[in-house]
Design a binder for this molecule. Structure first.
Ligand SMILES: [Mg+2]
Length: 271
């Protein structure tokens, strides 16, 4: 139903039902510093997959964890890792049903495969946006490196509520920064985009540059028919009073706009 290139792969599975598949990896020294508390690493590995499940408005089900660690790593590290992984998995109704542990001569690598389900009519992809749709974002952006990348809440509940009540035309999670991810959503939808930089909700201590390009925000970015925006924002306030919801711009007919700032690119950093 949805091939590679969206937040998750989606395959047909019975009338009106779809299976949602995701795999994601995090690497020591790229996604977390050596010496990071293992429980936080475990939490992050699972939460990143949950965030992608949220992007499709899917309900996550099961996960498999592959852990590659140096032989010198203590058993306590693996215990701590699974403590963090299992805690966030169970918070969102996900069971870790198996996995694999292998030894590596170098950095720790964690790969998580996750399954989920979504009703076809509820599913939201990146590609359904239309020119004129408003662009909205949850939470605040920027500064994730100061801790949010370990502690973020995957927006599963918010995504389900949105899909059920207001059905965004397109949606994704922000993992590489708004400046990198919004063009992806617009490209997939065959539209351009315009945002008001000043309207972008910023984390405390962050300027526009950080908010646009830091990455690892794990907030929802979605497009909504303009007629639904006012009611959606009002109802949101009651439903999720602790999570900001902000209109930052609109999808446009004209394509090919560029951001003033680049999104975070792991490969670009290592070149
Ligand atoms: Mg994603």
């Amino acid at each position: 139903v949805v091939p590679a290139g969206d937040d998750c792969a989606v395959i047909r599975d019975g009338a009106g039902e779809c299976q949602v598949l995701k795999t994601d990896a995090i690497v020591e020294s790229v996604h977390f510093e050596p010496g990071s508390p293992p429980a936080k690493v475990g939490r992050k590995a699972i939460a990143r997959c949950l965030s992608d499940m949220a992007a499709m408005a899917a309900t996550p089900r099961n996960a498999l964890v592959t852990l590659a660690i140096p032989k010198t790593a203590a058993v306590a590290w693996v215990r701590g890792f699974y403590r963090g992984a299992i805690a966030i998995a169970s918070e969102f109704g996900v069971e870790i049903v198996g996995g694999e542990t292998v030894s590596t001569p170098s950095n720790i690598v964690v790969s998580v495969a996750m399954t989920g389900r979504v009703a076809r009519r509820r599913m939201v992809t990146r590609s359904g946006g239309r020119a004129g749709d408003s662009i909205l974002v949850t939470g605040r952006l920027g500064g994730s490196i100061r801790g949010h990348h370990f502690s973020f809440t995957p927006r599963i509940r918010e995504a389900h509520w949105l899909a059920q009540n207001f059905k965004p035309t397109a949606m994704m999670d922000i993992s590489d920064g708004l400046a990198a991810d919004l063009p992806r959503l617009a490209n997939a939808s065959g539209t351009g985009w315009h945002i008001d930089n000043a309207a972008v909700p910023r984390s405390k201590g962050c300027g526009v540059r950080e908010a646009l390009s830091d990455g690892e925000d794990y907030e929802l970015l979605f497009a909504l028919h303009p007629d639904k925006v006012e009611e959606c924002c009002r109802a949101w306030l009651t439903e999720f009073p602790e999570v900001p919801l902000t209109v930052i711009g609109a999808l446009t007919r004209q394509k090919g706009r560029e951001f003033d700032y680049d999104g975070y690119d792991h490969f670009k950093q290592s070149r």
